[in-house]
Design a protein around this ligand. Structure first.
Ligand SMILES: [Fe+2]
Ligand SMILES: [Fe+2]
Length: 345
């Protein structure tokens, strides 16, 4: 393995990256003015305060590999900016303009030390009131306030879902599996696509909240979904099983009732929106299953992936899975009952 002392070219490259990271941190500190410039750079609608200098935009740094993009987005507190960066990073990835995984065994591998580490938890905007998951008061959609609370709660989940899609890329994307092979491009393709979907979902819900006279951030939120991220932070199989199969499939179970509730209570617009989200979520369970099978084959050849799934979920997910299950939607994702029924209450 090359070291920085024996590879001047790598040392120079690392210095550039390190300065760029500092630029990014400063840019984040500059806050709203950069949001204006970054929105302009991304071709988004111009926000109200467009008075920052062009020099600020010119100083902005864009990562050149997908893991660094993922970390940048996880460290972005403003959800609108998180959405914009998700679209930008995804577009670069899909255009083949980002590297992955970064070369681990070349001169440039030393530069990994200059990259910001994957944060334990994603950044969140100041001023949000955070409560425990069981303290959330949502209601059943019978009043306008209750419908806003439902949409607000879902927007919070979608913001975490954006972060979860990037976190699996940041945290696990460059480590070789037990068979010595790195994750193939398809892994990144899938989770970048999931991140774009989740950004779309957040945007739909936050826009709907505004249309209803509220806004994301107006109500308390909880961080319960990130508990599973922490629980599975050291094990890709567990992350895929718990977050991208158990939790994503739970969304398929409960969303039809929420859609029905919104429709019955006179909000067909929100109901139609959730229908779009629901249909896109099926593919997220498929992504979880695809890569759970891949990792099982690489790390535990010959082991039945369903049996391993049961072991992993029992080890990393508290309590049994809650019926009733949406068998039809789960089956569309390839998630058939032999995977989840043995784990049910
Ligand atoms: Fe979503
Ligand atoms: Fe999802």
């Amino acid at each position: 393995m090359a070291s920085s002392s024996s590879t001047p070219a790598a040392t120079v490259a690392c210095a550039v990256v390190a300065e760029a990271v500092v630029d990014t941190e400063d840019a984040v500190d500059r806050g709203r003015e950069d949001d204006v410039q970054y929105s302009l750079k991304l071709g988004l609608q111009q926000p109200a305060r467009a008075d920052a200098s062009d020099a600020v935009a010119a100083a902005l740094w864009e990562p050149t590999d997908i893991q660094a993009w993922a970390v940048l987005i996880l460290n972005t507190a403003d959800p609108e900016r998180k959405v914009a960066l998700t679209r930008r990073g995804a577009a670069l990835w899909q255009a083949g303009q980002l590297a992955s995984p970064p070369p681990r065994f070349s001169q440039e591998s030393d530069c990994r030390h200059a990259r910001e580490p994957t944060p334990d938890r994603p950044a969140r905007a100041d001023g949000m009131m955070v409560v425990g998951p069981h303290e959330m008061k949502i209601g059943k959609g019978g009043t306008a306030a209750s419908r806003v609370a439902i949409l607000h709660s879902l927007a919070n989940i979608e913001q975490f879902a954006i972060d979860l899609a990037w976190d699996i890329i940041a945290r696990f994307g460059e480590a070789p599996l037990a068979d010595g092979k790195v994750l193939p491009r398809g892994f990144f393709d899938d989770f970048v696509r999931v991140a774009v979907d989740e950004a779309h979902h957040y945007e739909l819900l936050s826009g709907r909240l505004r249309a209803l006279g509220s806004a994301f951030g107006a109500l308390p939120v909880h961080h319960g979904l990130w508990q599973s991220a922490g629980e599975t932070a050291a094990d890709l199989k567990a992350r895929l099983a718990v977050v991208h199969m158990v939790h994503e499939a739970r969304g398929l179970d409960v969303t039809p009732q929420t859609i029905e509730r919104l429709r019955r209570n006179g909000d067909p617009t929100s109901a139609d929106m959730l229908q779009i989200i629901y249909e896109e979520e099926i593919g997220h369970v498929t992504a979880g299953m695809t890569w759970f099978r891949h990792v099982t084959a690489a790390e535990s050849p010959g082991v039945d992936p369903i049996r391993l799934f049961h072991e992993v979920v029992r080890a990393h997910f508290r309590g049994p899975l809650k019926p009733p299950f949406n068998d039809a939607a789960r089956a569309q994702a390839g998630f058939t009952p032999e995977w989840y029924l043995p784990l049910a209450a």
